[in-house]
Design a protein around this ligand. Structure first.
Ligand SMILES: [Zn+2]
Length: 503
């Protein structure tokens, strides 16, 4: 009894003397209200889509760790860029014609002319994005061809004037802030160097076919010397880092942080992939702004499929040369029918076990991998997260709802982050993917907070930067929960009044 009174007194003293404790208790109460409210919405998520969207739009989402600059920029922004650069659109295929290519001028349209014609503007949008792909009858590409085909259009105008990159990033930053994203780790531009070498290609493919990994790594080593001696390579790294710094300086402030990943295309020749990869690792090793390296492009294309194991060995070699450089790797962005069944059995495994990926992008075909249970356990133990891209997987692969392995990863304890991939091509935003996640997989509020926090915890920021970002995220959550709690309380009061009046 005495002890009870003592502890009650202590609690009272602590409560009145410690403002921090008081505000922590206040925010706990707000969180409890928000938790109850959110879990109630999710229980009948079909009827509460608009309310959930509002909630998720306002909710802090931490970071977006899987975003491609060119695919995230909307077609409308590209049109602004084309107009600004006094360039045109080809009447034939809607590609960009810059003043450097005056031979094509007779077959072009101005941006103003295009915008004044609804039919042409609609056709343009269907070539430059997934817009209206499936809501009316028209000749269609296969979804993967449509999606990846859009990228060929973007680079012409961006390369015409490098300043457009900064302009584009400012737009993406504003969009991120509007949906409460505080950090972006972006696949921005490729490393700026690659070289062809048919002999290297032959040697690599022979060593892989013979499973002679020591010989393969000797071939790599010799080619590093060739790359390093190339004057173009020597210019590429400082040029890349200068551009990255200019862009980062233009957008980074106390409310928003941007970091970059350099990347290679998996559809290039082995020599091009290797030389670009070496350059990308050098860039990431040199600059704090370039926090990782990735491999991109259609995983089901013939070159990507036949050279897959070779690419994983290249990453392994680079990881040994540059142990401090982190890698996020597109792997398992495949499904049944797209490739042969046996081709679905090993990509994520090799990305994790051979290439030593720090994060996996997509990971959709995990259910087809021969050693899936052991691989999932390994990813859980080693804390190798998977970047989930629901909208892009639904469009490119046709994989959605219960066919998507989101639940499998979550239930097996593999860290999950939700990412946007290519908002401009998909014509969505990160909030939209959060809504899909909540409506399809019945996520609780605590899981939602955990997933948002993962986007900082598993980012490639330095530990001190992560701590700072996590403090910032906690603060944003406290503000968000207080705001939602006020809304919930007001709605209950109004609801109460109405019930009284009706009676
Ligand atoms: Zn991607």
């Amino acid at each position: 009894m005495i002890r009870k009174t003592g502890s009650l007194l202590c609690a009272l003293v602590l409560f009145t003397c410690s403002p921090n404790l008081y505000s922590a208790q206040k925010s706990d109460t707000a969180r409890e209200k928000v938790r109850t409210y959110f879990n109630r919405l999710v229980a009948d998520s079909g009827a509460h889509g608009a309310e959930l969207r509002m909630f998720l739009n306002l909710m802090p989402k931490g970071g977006d760790l899987h975003q491609h600059f060119t695919g995230t920029t909307y077609a409308e922004t590209y049109l602004d860029f084309i107009k600004k650069e006094n360039s045109w659109i080809s009447k034939k295929d809607f590609s960009v014609i810059t003043p450097r290519d005056t031979a094509k001028l007779p077959d072009t349209l101005s941006v103003d002319k295009l915008r004044s014609d609804n039919k042409m503007l609609s056709d343009f949008s269907m070539v430059w994005s997934d817009k209206d792909f499936s809501n009316h009858y028209h000749d269609q590409n296969a979804p993967d061809v449509q999606f990846f085909g859009t990228f060929a259009n973007f680079s012409t105008i961006l390369k015409y004037d490098g300043a457009l990159y900064t302009e584009g990033l400012k737009i993406l930053k504003n969009r991120a802030k509007l949906e409460n994203v505080q950090y972006i780790e972006q696949m921005f531009i490729s490393p700026g160097y690659k070289r062809k070498d048919a002999r290297f290609d032959d040697l690599c493919r022979k060593s892989i076919a013979d499973k002679n990994i020591p010989e393969l790594h000797r071939t790599f080593q010799d080619f590093v010397s060739v790359v390093r001696a190339d004057a173009l390579y020597q210019k590429a790294v400082p040029g890349y880092l200068k551009q990255v710094k200019t862009c980062a300086d233009a957008v980074n402030d106390e409310s928003f942080t941007l970091r970059f990943q350099s990347y290679v295309s998996r559809n290039d020749s082995p020599a091009e992939v290797f030389s670009a990869l070496y350059t990308a690792f050098c860039e990431a090793d040199t600059s704090d702004l370039v926090v990782g390296v990735n491999i991109v492009n259609a995983e089901n294309s013939p070159v990507a499929m036949s050279d897959y194991s070779l690419h994983m060995q290249m990453f392994r070699y680079m990881k040994e040369l540059f142990p401090g450089v982190k890698t996020a790797m597109h792997a398992g962005e495949l499904t049944i029918g797209m490739v042969r069944p046996e081709d679905l059995t090993f990509h994520i495994n090799e990305a994790v076990m051979v290439a030593l990926a720090d994060r996996i992008g997509h990971g959709v075909d995990i259910g087809y991998e021969v050693n899936a249970p052991e691989l999932l356990a390994y990813m859980r133990e080693k804390k190798i997260p998977v970047e989930i891209n629901l909208t892009s997987n639904e469009f490119i692969l046709g994989v959605k709802d219960g066919q998507h392995p989101f639940r499998l990863y979550l239930d097996q304890g593999v860290p999950v982050v939700l990412t946007s991939d290519d908002e401009g091509v998909s014509r969505n935003n990160l909030t939209d993917d959060y809504l899909h996640m909540v409506q399809r997989y019945g996520i609780t509020y605590d899981s939602l907070r955990e997933i948002a926090g993962n986007s900082i915890r598993y980012s490639f920021l330095k530990e001190s930067e992560k701590s700072q970002q996590l403090v910032n995220l906690d603060k944003r959550f406290a503000e968000f929960e207080a705001r939602m709690a006020r809304m919930i309380a007001n709605a209950s009061r109004e609801g109460g009044k109405k019930r009284t009046t009706n009676r």
